[in-house]
Design a protein around this ligand. Structure first.
Ligand SMILES: [Zn+2]
Length: 182
C-alpha cells in the first residue's frame, strides 16, 4: 500500500478532471472512499489469509474488475441522484478510475508482492516497470519509524505533487476558457 491519505489525494486529483460547478461534495468523498477501500484486504491477515492468496493483500480487491464492481455498487447506491452536473457514465468512470488508481499506485511501490491487476482472470502479481514510490509499512504503528519519513517523502513527490499540479492546471485552464453561453 501507499498510505491511505495518498490514495485519497490521488482520487481527488482524478476528480479534478471530472469537476463541474455544482457537483455535490459527496461525489468527491465517495471517490476518495473508493480509492482506499481496496486496502480493507489487510483484514484478511488476521484470519490467516496469506499475502499471495486471491483475497490476500493486493489481490482481487486491487484488480480492475473489482474497480468496475465497486464503481457500479457506488452508482447503484444512487444517493447523489441530484448530481445532475455529471452524467451517470462520468460518475461511474470517476469511481472506476479512483478505485483502479489504488492498484496502479501500489504497483509503483518498491516492495511487497505485486498487484493482481487482472484478477480473477489472471491472479499473477504485477509491478509497473517504474517503481519510484517507497512501500508503506502495513499498520500505523510501524509507519512512525525512520522508514516512515522516507515513505512520506516519496509519496509527497510522486503522488501529492502530481495531483496538486493536475488540480491547479485544470483550474487555470477553466478560468481561461471562455464562458459557455447556453
Ligand atoms: Zn493497496
Amino acid at each position: 500500500m501507499a498510505s491511505v491519505f495518498s490514495h485519497a489525494v490521488a482520487a481527488l486529483g482524478i476528480g479534478a478532471c471530472f469537476f463541474r460547478p455544482g457537483t455535490p461534495k459527496r461525489v468527491w468523498v465517495t471517490g476518495a472512499l473508493c480509492s482506499v477501500i481496496p486496502d480493507l484486504d489487510v483484514i484478511g491477515f488476521r484470519f490467516g489469509i496469506r499475502y499471495g492468496d486471491f483475497w490476500g493483500h493486493r489481490g482481487f480487491t486491487h484488480s480492475l474488475v473489482f474497480a468496475a464492481l465497486l464503481a457500479t455498487a457506488a452508482l447503484a447506491a444512487g444517493f447523489w441522484k441530484k448530481a445532475a452536473s455529471l452524467s451517470r457514465f462520468s460518475l461511474w468512470t470517476y469511481f472506476f478510475l479512483a478505485t483502479a488508481s489504488h492498484g496502479f499506485l501500489d504497483a509503483m511501490t518498491d516492495g511487497g508482492l505485486g498487484v493482481a491487476l487482472f484478477s480473477p482472470f489472471n491472479n499473477n502479481r504485477y509491478f509497473l516497470p517504474w517503481t519510484p514510490i517507497r512501500v508503506s509499512p502495513i499498520g500505523i504503528g510501524r509507519f512512525f519509524s525512520e522508514r516512515g519519513l522516507a515513505v512520506i517523502q516519496s509519496e509527497l513527490l510522486w503522488i501529492w505533487l502530481p495531483s496538486a499540479i493536475l488540480v491547479i492546471s485544470l483550474w487555470i485552464m477553466r478560468r481561461r476558457a471562455p464562458a459557455v453561453v447556453a
